[in-house]
Design a protein around this ligand. Structure first.
Ligand SMILES: Cc1cc2nc3c(=O)[nH]c(=O)nc-3n(C[C@H](O)[C@H](O)[C@H](O)COP(=O)(O)O)c2cc1C
Length: 201
């Protein structure tokens, strides 16, 4: 019985250990980077947009946390602007577990303590370029907070995919509807600020 109990406790400790809470982390003086991937062009439920949904949220986060913004862009961006065509390309890249080359990396990545990673939900996953970015950097000692824009799927398992790719401590993620980010900015901002407040910002 004692043995079973200690196995259960060890299991709980294992699963709980990487979930950092705001009480455990003092964000004062922490250097923040807000990394995101986002598309303009035709997008589900919002039509043709000139600023991507995730980009809008990323800027709100950078504003509040006084963080630096970094957009992950493709080196050769051949993605179609039309929504349906893009979903097909994205699905085949996901199936192939592709690593599209990115245009540039963050030069002073080592300087940052907290990294926000923002992604649109693409087929319950991230655009593969975000994996390219994550695998190109050394995440030791970083704290990561994920945020996702979507049209119904929420965070999916994106936080655990980020955790696997970076091996970092993870804060609770934010999921926000893309059309809210795009068309209901005050509501979006309120959600963002509430979430940041819970994280200690
Ligand atoms: C390729 C692709 C796949 C998508 N797959 C999903 C999905 O599985 N679940 C979902 O809720 N939304 C999905 N969406 C909608 C986007 O997550 C949503 O519109 C998001 O806000 C787009 O962000 P962006 O403007 O920053 O690129 C998908 C959109 C695209 C383009």
């Amino acid at each position: 019985m004692k043995k079973i109990l200690s196995i259960i406790l060890a299991g709980l400790a294992f699963f709980g250990i990487n979930k950092a809470t705001a009480e455990e982390i003092n964000m004062t003086g922490k250097k923040v980077l807000v990394v995101y991937f986002s598309r303009t062009g035709e997008q589900y439920s919002v039509g043709n947009i000139t600023e991507g949904n995730t980009a809008i949220i990323a800027k709100m986060i950078a504003d509040k946390t006084k963080g630096d913004l970094f957009e992950v862009k493709l080196k050769n961006d051949t993605y179609p602007a039309a929504y349906k065509a893009l979903t097909e390309v994205a699905l085949s890249e996901k199936k192939a577990n592709a690593r599209p080359e990115i245009a540039e990396n963050v030069t002073n990545f080592a300087d940052y303590d907290v990294v926000f990673i923002g992604s649109p939900n693409w087929w319950s996953d991230m655009p593969m370029a975000l994996y390219t970015f994550m695998e190109a950097n050394d995440w030791s000692g970083k704290i990561v907070a994920p945020f996702v824009t979507h049209e119904g799927s929420g965070l999916s398992s994106i936080p655990s995919k980020i955790k696997t790719a970076t091996g970092t401590e993870m804060l609770d993620g934010l999921a926000i509807y893309g059309h809210v980010a795009q068309n209901e900015r005050e509501q979006a901002k309120e959600n963002v600020l509430n979430w940041l407040n819970k994280l200690g910002f």
